[in-house]
Design a protein around this ligand. Structure first.
Ligand SMILES: Cc1ncc(COP(=O)(O)O)c(C=O)c1O
Length: 502
């Protein structure tokens, strides 16, 4: 694979990463070899710890090296992924600022969901970004639940009213936040119904109909839906599949759009691209939001899924605390602990009182039950052990899925293997319609997530998100083979001239 060409104008970490990428391509660094540690890179190149770490993370996002927890970074086996990597988009400007791009996502999502509903129960769901039930520690959850019911038989009466969050949950999440470098007073933590309610409340608190919210492009469709139902307008900002939102494009938008009230980002394993935002970008993003008076709504649902030898800090770690807080931090245990509990949480900085008021007016008391279960679990050493197991299993599944893509999908399919998480984001050869693939796959008993679910700009028609949350069984492999055949059939229908141009 040819090394990416980072020019001398590129940031220092990119220049150094390009050097190591070339060394790997040339065979000076061979598969399985340990990469220099962060400290060695600092000494060798006279750079800061942050830059050294960015070098390794960037190489990881390019698929050249892999992180092994508590050990360091290693050169990857070639052929692990015989696919071209995801392309960097044109990063400098916000995407089409056109009234037509502000509406329609809810109808489109409902259309896809309705088709799936009509298709009935499907044998293979590659569309939902969800770990398989076998990846959760249901025995531990059952023990915890029984213990809690024995100890507090009246737990199902109304919990605390306004403010609605249980103090034990606040304490546990405040301690949990400290483990990833964020200091939040327990009283500033609010329980929510999943991450979704947290983001919805944040939008309610910071904007009113007609206002503009900047989002990553592509982004999780739930964010676009929440923006649209409020009569807000989503402004899509280009996103690197490796480092996340383009801050240049965001700054341009902030300068030119007076109604831009907030930015929503998923800094860790951005959905759907899987990028991880470097720390220096997080710091600059917070500074930009402070400078232009925009709220930073941070959806941090996937932080614990990143494979990293270091603890990752969210953008909230660079925020000032309390009243001055510009970052609304949102997270949930839906993917990591127990999806059915719908236990999310948030800390809304200077919008905290407003968020609490809206929350109480809307939903009043929260369930004590799920808050206490979540609090006890997150606060135990077993939780980190469980997450380590989950990350290791998901990594095997992602790699198996990626190899199946390389084996069965048409030539020209692009993929950058993300450094963690539950899904793969694929660029298919031009001319393939993922909307049509969605229909064809449903007819074959397979559900996928087509690119147009993740944007209102129409630019992801030939993109596809596939879940790797479930173990890679023979049935899953057969599903990949079928998808490959369906795409080959689409390509075969095209005139030869179009195929050559693609
Ligand atoms: C980026 C992102 N945020 C939020 C959610 C939903 O979170 P929850 O189920 O906790 O509401 C998802 C689920 O797919 C997601 O991918």
């Amino acid at each position: 694979m040819p090394p990416s060409t980072d020019s001398r104008d590129a940031p220092l970490y990119r220049q150094l990463a390009a050097l190591y990428e070339q060394a790997i391509a040339a065979g000076s660094l061979t598969p399985g070899m340990r990469m220099p540690s962060v400290r060695e890179l600092c000494q060798r190149h006279q750079v800061s710890l942050t830059t050294a770490l960015q070098v390794l993370r960037h190489l990881e996002s390019l698929g050249c090296v892999e992180a092994r927890e508590r050990v360091g970074y290693f050169v990857r086996e070639p052929g692990d992924l015989a696919l071209p990597r995801a392309r960097e988009p044109e990063l400098h400007e916000p995407l089409a600022h056109d009234p037509r791009v502000f509406a329609g996502i809810n109808e489109r999502i409902s259309g896809f969901l309705e088709k799936a509903r009509r298709a009935g129960p499907l044998p293979l769901d590659l569309g939902s970004a969800m770990p398989a039930p076998s990846l959760f520690d249901s025995a531990a959850l059952n023990r915890l639940a029984h213990g809690l019911l024995r100890e507090q038989p009246d737990i199902l009466v109304y919990g605390p009213s306004a403010p609605t969050t249980h103090p034990d949950f606040q304490q546990a999440m405040a301690r949990h936040a400290l483990t990833f470098g964020v200091c939040i007073a327990p009283g500033d933590i609010g329980a929510t119904l999943g991450n979704s309610e947290a983001v919805n409340l944040a939008l309610d608190a910071v904007a009113e109909p007609g206002d503009v919210i900047a989002v990553e492009s592509p982004t999780f469709f739930g964010i676009l839906q929440a923006i649209e139902v409020r009569g807000l307008r989503a402004l899509e900002i280009p996103c690197s599949p490796h480092t996340g939102m383009s801050l240049e494009a965001l700054e341009l938008a902030a300068r030119n759009e007076p109604r831009l009230k907030g930015v929503v980002v998923v800094p860790h394993l951005q959905m759907p691209q899987g990028s991880v935002m470097p720390d220096a970008h997080k710091e600059r993003l917070v500074a930009l939001c402070v400078e232009y008076g925009m709220a930073l709504i941070e959806d941090d649902i996937y932080r614990e899924f990143v494979e990293s030898p270091h603890v990752l800090r969210p953008a909230k770690a660079w925020d000032r605390q309390g009243d001055a807080g510009q970052v609304i931090y949102c997270a949930s245990l839906s993917k990591s602990f127990a999806p059915g509990l719908r236990q999310g949480w948030m800390s809304a900085g200077r919008w905290q009182a407003r968020v609490q008021m809206i929350k109480f007016a809307r939903t009043r008391n929260m369930q004590t039950w799920s808050q206490l279960l979540a609090a006890r679990s997150v606060d135990s050493p077993a939780y980190e052990r469980h997450m380590r197991r989950m990350r290791a299993q998901l990594r095997i599944q992602r790699e198996q899925a990626a190899r199946a893509v390389a084996r069965y999908f048409p030539a020209g399919t692009r993929l950058s293997l993300p450094p963690g998480g539950l899904s793969l984001w694929l660029e298919l050869p031009q001319g393939i319609s993922s909307t049509r693939l969605y229909d064809d796959a449903l007819h074959n008993g397979i559900r996928v997530a087509p690119g147009p679910m993740f944007s209102n700009t129409g630019r992801y028609e030939h993109f596809l998100r596939l879940s790797c949350g479930m173990p890679f069984t023979a049935q899953v492999e057969a599903g990949y083979r079928t998808l490959g055949a369906l795409m080959a059939a689409q390509l075969a229908e095209q005139p030869a001239a179009v195929r050559r141009a693609a």
